[in-house]
Ligand binder design. Structure first.
Ligand code: NDP
Length: 277
């Protein structure tokens, strides 16, 4: 039996994380001998906890709220997508002892949208609600798909303005207040954390095109408020972020183990398990 390699997810809070389950399913599928645990790590303890983890021989970490920016500062080297996102959700110990920081959230979303859900992004009008860390991570990969238009709306509009300016070299991106939004969108992505408190972002009723889709980055055992909004407003698909969660985890697993898990059976399994909750 090969030696067990040690991985973990750090975050605060962390008790509801699905990452240990997802990575154990990947490991089982790919016949990999790994141990993956969730650890509650507040921001002020992040550096010491990460140092202790790697000093004990840990191979890789996932970092979630509120640690992604701290993980970005912690990494010795960054992938290009982590540099653009200014946030890291995956740290990996390399053979030379340095720690690489990556951001797999954006590619996870793109894979779920385009491969799992069959949603085409080229030449589409996309609206992103929210301008926090998750928005920052998804902007470059979305712009790489060459949408016709990408608008970011945020309650504090100056944060949306800043993001639109920072990413303007990569494509047709602009910012707006919720109250100034008009026109119809082929895809509305909810990247606010409103669903976590069962709320909706303050958006008008007429923003979704006839064949448009809604995607909530948040996920829950029940349909989120935004998924309900999409269904009620005639979305052709209204989906939450479970698929993105599995896909971003698969990219992390690939970085650590150089094996790409088959994600679709795992998304199906987790989806069917929550229907029984
Ligand atoms: P942040 O805390 O960085 O940002 C939160 C954003 O939500 C801000 O833009 C904030 O606006 C906005 N917001 C919060 N509440 C409301 C509200 N009631 N109405 C309107 N806007 C609101 O969070 P993250 O960007 O890290 O995460 C956002 C969401 O994405 C979370 O639900 C998270 O779970 C999910 N996520 C899912 C992933 C997946 O794999 N499926 C991966 C990463 C994130 P303001 O600036 O005005 O305060």
């Amino acid at each position: 039996m090969s030696k067990t390699d040690s991985y973990a997810v750090f975050g605060h809070p962390i008790n509801h994380s699905k990452s240990p389950r997802i990575h154990s399913l990947f490991a089982e599928q790919a016949d990999q001998n790994i141990d993956y645990v969730a650890k509650d790590v507040p921001a002020e303890c992040f550096r010491a906890s990460a140092n202790a983890f790697f000093n004990r021989g840990g191979k890789g970490l996932n970092c979630t709220v509120p640690l992604k920016e701290l993980a970005w500062q912690y990494a010795d080297v960054l992938t290009e997508r982590a540099q653009l996102a200014k946030a890291v959700n995956t740290l990996a110990l390399q053979d030379d002892g340095t720690i690489i920081g990556d951001n797999t959230d954006g590619i996870g979303l793109i894979r779920d949208l385009t491969i799992n859900l069959g949603i085409k992004l080229i030449d589409k009008r996309i609206l992103i609600l929210g301008a926090g860390g998750a928005s920052r991570g998804i902007l470059a990969p979305l712009l790489a798909e060459q949408p016709r238009q990408l608008i970011i709306a945020n309650r504090s509009v100056e944060k949306a303005d800043t993001l639109a300016n920072q990413f303007s070299a990569l494509g047709a991106i602009s910012s707006a207040r919720f109250s100034d939004l008009n026109g119809q969108f082929d895809l509305i992505i909810n990247a606010t954390s409103a669903s976590l408190s069962n709320q909706l972002p303050p958006m008008a009723d007429n923003l979704l095109s006839n064949t448009g889709c809604c995607y909530d980055l948040a996920y829950a055992n029940q349909p989120t408020a935004f998924v309900h909004w999409g269904i009620e407003h005639g979305a052709s698909k209204s989906i939450d972020g479970l698929g993105m969660l599995v896909e971003q985890a698969a990219e992390a697993f690939y970085l650590w183990r150089q094996i790409r898990p088959d994600t679709q059976p795992i998304i199906r399994l987790l989806g069917s398990e929550r229907q029984t909750h």
